[in-house]
Design a protein around this ligand. Structure first.
Ligand code: ADP
Ligand code: MG
Length: 309
């Protein structure tokens, strides 16, 4: 393709919200045969909501939610936001509430927390009233010798089989409850996966979430190939594992966790609504936050570099 053709393609991309950082990236995109998608915030809407809160101890439901919300108040994870919203709603909302007076009451009501620590890929830990509090996945619980009863395990499995994430809560080393969190797929996700397959491109999903939830989400969206329980630093290794032979691997992601993988990929595509670090690491920025633009990007490259017959 001539420099003019590249310039024209870059312009067409920009008009459609597909920002291309240079002609090399545009050229590599025509040969993409694997697209690895991050799950949370990329395939899903990234709007997690708590659907259930089940208490497994003598604790009262309100007290349980207060404890979890207090522990999560210092976390920036989307799951933490969902938990805080749920707890806030449970305690304070009535017809007369305005958002502002609810927020004021809420922050005054939270318990004091010390030694807060975020554990990427696992959850959080802190101390409340001198007691150790853990909120996160199974791995976090087993690493801290918290016993998961068969009742709890069955409940978590049930959540996971319906594509939800189970969040376990331990207080003073005892498992006291579980929250179910749902994050719906983007509307266009399934159609885009089908479109990619028709173009000869294999979609793959990668996530830090547990295996069973990942499987349910992959099935729903129509992806056969997925990697679950990948620690934040492991996503780039997943990309490398696909970069064999003549494969050209794209990565689509939105989060801080995704930036090493975006950089490792032959073509990194950041969702425009994502974090600055992800946008910086990527070759493409999909400004509209719409997965159809992955197809647009590959199409544009193929058309620009198509041989004249
Ligand atoms: P993803 O790759 O899907 O964005 P992360 O690596 O951020 O996932 O997290 C993986 C898992 O760790 C989550 O599914 C959750 O079970 C647990 N986790 C991480 N942060 C938190 C938190 N603040 N509260 C509860 N659980 C968390
Ligand atoms: Mg994400």
């Amino acid at each position: 393709a001539t420099p003019t053709a590249v310039m024209v393609a870059t312009g067409i991309g920009a008009n459609n919200g597909v920002l291309i950082k240079g002609g090399d990236a545009l050229e590599r995109a025509q040969k993409i045969n694997y697209v690895v998608f991050d799950k949370t915030g990329t395939l899903t809407q990234g709007k997690a909501t708590v659907t259930t809160a089940k208490v497994f101890s003598g604790k009262d439901r309100g007290e349980f939610l207060k404890l979890v919300a207090s522990a999560e108040a210092s976390s920036e994870h989307p799951l933490a936001k969902a938990i805080l919203e749920y707890a806030c709603h449970f305690h304070f909302f009535d017809e007369a509430s305005t958002m502002k007076n609810v927020q004021n009451k809420f922050s005054g009501w939270l318990l004091g927390v010390s030694d807060f620590l975020a554990l990427p890929g696992k959850g959080i830990q802190c101390f409340i009233d001198g007691k150790h509090v853990l909120v996160g996945n199974r791995k976090l619980m087993t690493e801290n010798q918290v016993i998961i009863s068969s009742d709890v395990e069955n409940f978590v499995v049930e959540l996971e089989e319906s594509a939800e994430t189970g969040i376990l809560v331990a207080y003073d080393n005892e498992l006291i409850g579980v929250l179910g969190v749902a994050d719906p797929l983007k509307r266009e996700a399934a159609v885009v996966m089908e479109g990619l397959v028709k173009m000869g491109v294999n979609p793959v999903m990668v996530t830090g979430d547990n295996w069973r939830t990942a499987q349910a989400v992959a099935k729903e969206v129509g992806i056969r190939d997925f990697r679950a329980e990948v620690m934040p630093a492991g996503k780039a290794d997943v990309i490398r594992s696909y970069q064999k032979g003549r494969n050209v691997v794209a990565m689509v992601g939105d989060g801080i966790n995704d930036s090493p993988a975006l950089a490792a990929a032959d073509v990194g595509m950041a969702i425009g609504a994502g974090t600055d670090i992800a946008i910086e690491a990527a070759d493409y920025v999909l400004m509209r936050n719409n997965l159809e633009d992955v197809i647009t990007a590959i199409d544009l490259s193929r058309k620009t570099f198509a041989r004249i017959r």
